[in-house]
Design a protein. Structure first.
Length: 296
C-alpha cells in the first residue's frame, strides 16, 4: 500500500476518529429527523429513498385504513435488506454506523414535535431538499449512510463503476410516481424538486464516486507518477510528446482519480514540479480496473 494510503488507513482506524464519526452522524440523524418533522410533513412531501417509502406507507395506512403506523417500525423493516447488502458486500463498521443513523433518525422522527417553518411549497421543496442533501452528505463523508437506497447505490457503484446518485434518482422517481398515482400529483411534483435539490447538494459535497481525468505536462514524469500513487493509490500512463513552441521534449502523465482526490493530487504535483501544466477533466464513466478505496 502507498505511504499516503497507509497514513489515511491508520487515521481512520483510531478511536478518536470513530468518536468524531459518531458525533457527526448523530447530528446528521437529528437534521434528517427535524427536516421530516418540519419541511417534509408541512409540505406533505414524499422525499424518496427509504424515508420516502416509509412516509408513503404511513400515508397509505392512514388514508385507506385509518391506522397510524410508527415511523420507526416501518423504516427498520424497509432497511433490513439494504443492511444485509451492506454487511455482506460493503463493510461491517460502515454498516454498523449506518444502522445507528437509521435507528436514531427513526426514533427522533417519532418523538420530535412537528414545527412549521413556512407553508410555501416551493420554499419547502428547495430548502428541505438542500438540508436533506447536506445531512446525507455528512453521513457519507463519515463513511456511513442514511440507509435504504444509499446502500444499494454504493453497492452498484463499486461493482459497476458508475455515478451512484444517478441510480438513486431513478429509484426515487419510481417512489414519487407511486405517490402521485395514489395521492396528489402536485405534492409528487414538489417532491421531485425536493429530491433534485437533495441530489445536487450531495453531488457537490460528496464526490467519492465521481471521477476526474488528469493530463499533466511535466519534465519530471517519474516524480509526478509517484506523487499520484502516494495520494490516490492510482497508477498513471506516460506519453512522450514535444512542445509545439519550443520544440523540446515533454512528457504527458495521464491518470484517472476520484474527484475528491483531484485537488490533493493537483496540489502535490505542483509541489513536485512547479512548472507542470495540469488539465483536469470530468470523467463520466470508466471501464476496466479502477481502484476504489474499500469501506471499513
Amino acid at each position: 500500500m502507498a505511504i499516503g494510503s497507509q497514513k489515511e488507513a491508520k487515521r481512520k482506524s483510531g478511536w478518536s476518529y470513530l468518536f468524531v464519526r459518531l458525533i457527526v452522524i448523530s447530528f446528521a440523524s437529528l437534521a434528517i429527523a427535524m427536516n421530516i418533522r418540519t419541511f417534509v410533513h408541512t409540505g406533505g412531501l414524499i422525499p424518496g429513498g427509504a424515508s420516502g417509502l416509509t412516509l408513503l406507507i404511513q400515508e397509505i395506512f392512514k388514508k385507506y385504513f385509518s391506522i397510524q403506523l410508527p415511523y420507526t417500525v416501518i423504516n427498520l423493516l424497509i432497511n433490513a435488506v439494504p443492511v444485509y447488502i451492506g454487511f455482506r458486500f460493503i463493510g461491517k463498521k460502515f454498516t454498523l454506523l449506518s444502522c445507528w443513523v437509521i435507528l436514531l433518525t427513526s426514533i427522533l422522527t417519532d418523538i420530535l414535535p412537528p414545527y412549521v417553518v413556512t407553508r410555501d411549497p416551493l420554499l419547502i421543496s428547495i430548502f428541505g431538499g438542500l438540508i436533506n442533501g447536506f445531512a446525507i452528505s455528512l453521513c457519507l463523508l463519515m463513511d456511513s449512510t442514511s440507509g435504504g437506497t444509499d446502500f444499494i447505490s454504493i453497492f452498484l457503484s463499486e461493482r459497476r463503476g458508475v455515478d451512484s446518485f444517478n441510480i438513486t434518482l431513478i429509484i426515487n422517481a419510481c417512489i414519487l410516481a407511486a405517490a402521485g398515482l395514489l395521492f396528489d400529483w402536485n405534492k409528487a411534483l414538489y417532491s421531485i424538486l425536493f429530491q433534485y435539490a437533495s441530489t445536487i447538494a450531495i453531488r457537490i459535497l460528496y464526490r467519492k464516486y465521481q471521477k476526474a481525468t488528469l493530463f499533466i505536462v511535466t519534465n519530471k514524469p517519474k516524480e509526478v507518477c509517484e506523487a499520484i500513487y502516494n495520494i490516490s493509490n492510482h497508477g498513471a500512463t506516460l506519453l512522450e510528446g514535444e512542445g509545439a513552441y519550443e520544440h523540446c521534449e515533454r512528457y504527458v502523465v495521464y491518470s484517472v482519480v476520484s474527484s475528491a482526490e483531484s485537488s490533493r493530487v493537483t496540489n502535490i504535483v505542483k509541489k513536485v514540479d512547479p512548472e507542470a501544466f495540469v488539465n483536469v477533466l470530468k470523467t463520466e464513466r470508466v471501464h476496466g480496473r479502477f481502484y476504489q478505496r474499500p469501506a471499513d
